[in-house]
Design a protein around this ligand. Structure first.
Ligand code: FES
Length: 103
């Protein structure tokens, strides 16, 4: 498997987001990663969709590893900020974070 720098998990389940907005987010994520040069090469970001991340409220939920940063209520606009500010520039979108791995 090709090396990657970060892994983004998008919940596409129906409990945290009853209308399953995570599905559209997951599709948009690929477009944004490609636009920002993060889909291939040395800065590649791996993406995965999952049916549940165990939160089941305030979704869609998006988690970014290895930092262990979890975002709630991710809209298309917030997803774009996560890709540009966090994944491309390395600056967490702090006001949208609801959980972090303990350091
Ligand atoms: S359904 Fe999204 S966190 Fe459980």
């Amino acid at each position: 498997m090709e090396r990657y720098t970060r892994h983004v998990l998008v919940c596409t389940g129906g409990f945290c987001s009853p209308d399953r907005r995570g599905r559209a987010l997951y599709s948009k994520l690929a477009e944004l990663l490609e636009r920002e040069g993060l889909l291939f090469g040395p800065t590649r970001v791996k993406r995965s969709e999952t049916p549940c991340l165990g939160v089941c409220a305030d979704g869609p939920i998006v988690a970014v590893y290895p930092e262990g940063i979890w975002y709630a209520g991710v809209t298309p606009a917030l997803l774009e900020r996560i890709v540009v500010e966090h994944l491309r520039d390395g600056k967490v979108v702090a006001e949208a974070v609801f959980h972090r791995l303990a350091e």
